[in-house]
Design a protein around this ligand. Structure first.
Ligand code: HXC
Length: 260
């Protein structure tokens, strides 16, 4: 099954996507382009931005790329300002920039914990805060990518669990505070998605089959599954949905992460 939405569902919209060059949010950026949106993407890595910009433009889309580290508020403000200078507005913000590695809590340094919280949680706040005035003008919306790791508990992921719990809190708080401006704020919590940096970092290949058996739908997710959820939540089809984090995981979190 591929993309399920009409090609023009985001026609005329400008979408600002952090981590928009690769992985899940790279897919979301390409899906938004296919749905008619004009893209602004950020990443810390210029080479990734160049490749994604080229792909989008070769496929008939528009892509504005800015190198920015979401931990750096001044860099985020600059990326937002440059995007507005380029397109005149921002309608949709997707917070996808994230960091991850496996580490036992007792071996994790304070800086290791803080680095992931800075990228995921503080980075999400930074982008939302810097984009607020533009989103207020456009009655736009925010989509935050989190995870299900913190719903129960996930060994070797204390840093990311804490960081993503913070992202979910940001989604709920902003939906309440900014709803009156016509800004919708929602999230997606992906489960195990194949062909992503996250799975490469988190899942030793020999465990893939074992994990697949623990997913109620008996398969890994695909980036297109997240793309479809993102298209739905950012489209007018979801115009009364505000403050939710949609779990897209085949039911995986309900069985937990233990293989026992
Ligand atoms: C223990 C580690 C570590 C590791 C880094 N650190 N890697 N500790 N085990 N494998 C520690 C370092 O020792 C250091 O602490 C601190 O973290 C910062 O490390 P730096 O390398 O200086 O940080 P930086 O260059 O900013 O890189 C950030 C990063 C890196 C998060 C560490 O992995 C990164 O850039 N990741 C971006 C790409 C990514 O992770 N994508 C996957 C997202 S997947 P000390 O104390 O030594 O100074 C995802 C999915 C979640 O989010 C849900 C899945 C289901």
């Amino acid at each position: 099954m591929d993309k399920i939405f009409a090609d023009n569902i985001l026609q005329g919209k400008v979408a600002f996507v952090t981590g928009g060059a690769t992985g899940i949010t790279g897919g979301v950026a390409r899906a938004f382009m296919e749905a008619g949106a004009r893209l602004a993407i950020t990443s810390r890595k210029e080479e990734n931005l160049i490749a994604q910009k080229q792909f989008i433009e070769e496929n008939g889309g528009e892509c504005f790329a800015v190198v920015a580290d979401v931990r750096d508020y001044a860099a985020v403000e600059n990326a937002i300002a440059k995007t507005v200078e380029h397109y005149g507005k921002i309608d949709i913000v997707v917070n996808g920039a994230a960091g991850n590695f496996l580490c036992k809590a007792e071996e994790l340094s304070a800086n290791g914990f803080g680095t992931v919280v800075d990228i995921d949680t503080k980075g999400t706040f930074n982008v939302c805060r810097a984009a607020f005035e533009e989103l207020k003008k456009s009655k736009g919306q925010i989509l935050n990518i989190s995870a299900t790791l913190h719903y129960l508990a996930t060994p070797m992921q204390i840093h990311v669990s804490a960081a993503k719990a913070g992202v979910d809190a940001i989604t709920r708080n902003l939906s309440v505070e900014w709803g009156r401006h016509g800004i919708r704020v929602n999230g997606i919590a992906p489960g195990p998605i194949e062909d992503t940096e996250g799975m490469k970092r988190l899942l030793p290949p020999e465990l893939k089959e074992k994990l697949t058996r623990r997913i109620p739908l008996q398969r890994f997710g695909r980036i297109v599954d997240i793309e479809n959820a993102a298209l739905f939540l950012t489209s007018d089809a979801a115009s009364y949905i505000n403050g939710i984090t949609l779990v897209v995981d085949g039911g995986q979190w309900l069985l937990g992460t233990s293989f026992g």
